[in-house]
Design a protein around this ligand. Structure first.
Ligand code: COA
Length: 294
């Protein structure tokens, strides 16, 4: 068979169960196991604004061979869930799927595309490089186990924020954050709260997070005045004091993030790393956050 035989079909023509099955089959040997069930995939699609009409399933001779999904938000698109069945790899399916997503993004007038690839995933990294994606940074996936005793809360004027206030704080100008951590991702989920703090030396900042049943996750934070490590120590000490039994899992924290030392002091450990890649450059409307962290 040749690549000419590969048919790319909009993912919206498949059920969530079918998409879950093909996704799991493509990931049986993945570097970091991330199996999904249909409910989790449906939640993923909703949280990350995955556009199933512009996502693709690859078929050849009636067989499902692979899948690739496209996240779509104003001024940007995201490549995610790409996978090809292990026994079909290196026959051009992964390239056909990724080119198909790039063409679909172009149809939507989106020239700026983003993705993350786990460090040392050479096949995917090489594929993306060959299609014009370039590296822009490294991202950390961090975890803090609930068994670590919570630190004493740093003395501060701390105000808990309800969801509306928390979402108003993070604002909308965070479009060049990794996709998972953009404001839209937090706006699409429930149980979002926040902490706004002022320290004795007038340092000021905030943390917004999602509290799931057993896990704290999806952090967005900012030091408005003062030293980022001091500020992060303050908000993390309050957070973990408030929720001593919850696991914490956060993803795609930039390695150059000036708050990072406070996370490690607070017992966070690195689970794995991703490489952040872009294709094209962010439109001016998305540039604010990039300038803020670089
Ligand atoms: C990454 C993946 C989708 C590639 O799919 P594929 O169908 O094997 O890729 P293709 O045959 O279209 O190859 C396209 C390019 O990818 C790169 N590539 C693929 N496999 C490679 C390997 N084992 N080593 C180095 N480069 C490789 C090459 O640049 C290749 O181009 P070339 O054939 O001209 O050299 C596939 O390996 C996969 O499903 N991996 C597991 C899931 C995964 O890693 N998904 C990506 C998450 S970000």
């Amino acid at each position: 068979m040749t690549t000419d035989d590969i048919r790319l079909i909009p993912a919206s023509q498949f059920t969530i169960d079918q998409l879950t099955a093909i996704y799991n089959q493509t990931r049986v040997d993945y570097l970091v196991p991330m199996p999904m069930n249909a409910a989790r995939l449906a939640e993923y699609v909703a949280t990350y604004d995955v556009d199933l009409d512009h996502s693709l399933v690859a078929m050849q001779a009636g067989e499902l061979l692979g899948v690739a999904m496209l996240g779509v938000r104003a001024g940007r698109a995201w490549v995610t869930r790409l996978g090809v069945l292990p026994n079909t790899r290196r026959t051009g399916v992964g390239r056909a799927l990724t080119v198909g997503l790039i063409e679909n993004a172009t149809r939507l007038h989106l020239d700026f595309m983003m993705l993350e690839v786990i460090k040392n995933n050479t096949p995917a990294h090489q594929l993306f490089l060959s299609l014009g994606f370039h590296e822009v940074g490294e991202l950390l996936v961090l975890r803090r186990a609930p068994l670590i005793p919570p630190p004493d809360p740093v003395i501060a004027d701390a105000r808990r924020l309800d969801p509306a206030d928390a979402l108003a704080l993070i604002g909308r100008d965070r479009g060049t954050q990794p996709w998972t951590n953009q404001s839209e991702s937090l706006m699409n989920v429930s149980e979002v709260s926040g902490l706004q703090m002022t320290l004795a030396d007038n340092s000021r900042g905030w943390l917004v997070y999602q509290r799931q049943k057993f896990t704290l996750t999806r952090f967005a934070y900012k030091t408005e005045v003062g030293d980022p490590v001091t500020m992060a120590s303050a908000f993390l000490s309050h957070l973990h004091h408030q929720f001593p039994r919850l696991d914490t899992q956060i993803e795609n924290i930039q390695v150059r993030d000036p708050h990072l030392a406070a996370f490690f002091e607070m017992g966070y450990v690195e689970s794995f790393r991703r490489i952040e890649m872009w294709r094209g450059s962010p439109p001016a409307s998305l540039n604010m956050q990039f300038q803020a962290v670089s």
